[in-house]
Design a protein around this ligand. Structure first.
Ligand code: ADP
Ligand code: MG
Length: 277
């Protein structure tokens, strides 16, 4: 089954785009065909993969149902990684979507057309909780929440967890919180250590074991149109994102093994029942 993962947090500058681009690239490097969906009109994820100021069609036309999704897909420079890009047109979509039928399912419908091609689809969300982020959460199985270890970070997380709950109840019962990802983490500062331990206390194993260090190579890579895992594969930032991809894959495998074991047990139980009758 394809994993559709929204990378969301209504705060800007917490590492959403960086994490979406690099996790998508790292998953492709692990041999999983991956699509990165840029759902921000700033188009930073697109330019992070070397696609700047693109002509249509982009994700915008796909959301409006004007072109088949497959026509808007672009190959990235990395084998196994495709991009559904955005451009400035997407800024109008928050308002335009509001008057359309099935307005919160538009991205889900667009993704459904190409879902079979990929093992993972990673969606880079804008820094607000509007119609576009709602579309991302309705289209996803799971949400990854990047956060920076700073003073007010926890307050924002509570609001986001509540929004995810509302979307789950109203539109998408299958939506999971994949995990919280600590980004730009600098263990030398006591504030970062304190916030990290508070988040782990509060959210337990929902915090990803891998954290992303503050690393200059991560910040430099987008100006070369490359994910850091390609720009400087041995940098600390690249290694962290590759570890994150491996952690995500192993969590998912563990979950599906647990489901498989549970269903074998269920079959076993009903078999026993049948034989005693
Ligand atoms: P968001 O998408 O949440 O707004 P970005 O991913 O664009 O956040 O990150 C905000 C800024 O921080 C960018 O300039 C990015 O290059 C930088 N940045 C993100 N993660 C790191 C990191 N781990 N180390 C250093 N700089 C980072
Ligand atoms: Mg961003």
């Amino acid at each position: 089954m394809t994993l559709v993962l929204a990378v969301a947090n209504q705060k800007g500058g917490v590492g959403k785009t960086t994490s979406a681009v690099n996790l998508a690239a790292a998953l492709a490097m692990e041999g999983r065909p991956t699509l990165l969906v840029d759902l921000d009109s700033q188009a930073s994820a697109s330019s992070g993969l070397g696609s700047r100021q693109l002509d249509p069609p982009t994700v915008y036309e796909c959301l409006l149902g004007e072109v088949p999704t497959v026509e808007a897909l672009r190959q990235s420079g990395l084998s196994g990684l495709d991009l559904l890009p955005s451009n400035r047109d997407l800024a109008g979509a928050e308002i335009e979507l509001a008057s359309l039928e099935q307005r919160e399912r538009r991205l889900s419908m667009a993704i459904a057309q190409v879902r079979n091609r990929y093992q993972t689809i990673v969606i880079d969300c804008p820094p607000s909780f509007g119609m576009l982020t709602l579309n991302a959460l309705v289209a996803s199985n799971s949400v990854l929440v990047p956060m920076q270890c700073e003073f007010f970070a926890l307050e924002g997380l509570g609001a986001l967890a509540a929004s995810i709950d509302r979307v789950r109840q109203a539109f998408n019962p299958a939506l999971d919180l994949e995990g919280i990802l600590l980004t730009m983490y600098d263990p030398r500062t006591s504030l970062a250590r304190q916030v990290a331990s508070q988040v782990r206390e509060h959210f337990g194993d929902k915090v990803m074991s891998t954290s992303i260090p503050r690393n200059i190579r991560i910040a430099e890579a987008p100006s070369h149109g490359l994910p850091v895992v390609c720009y400087d594969p041995i940098s600390r930032g690249a290694v962290a994102y590759r570890d994150l991809a491996k952690e995500l894959i192993s969590r998912r495998l563990t979950q599906s093994q647990q489901r498989a074991v549970a269903s074998v047990e269920l079959v076993g139980e009903s078999g026993e029942e049948a034989s005693t009758r």
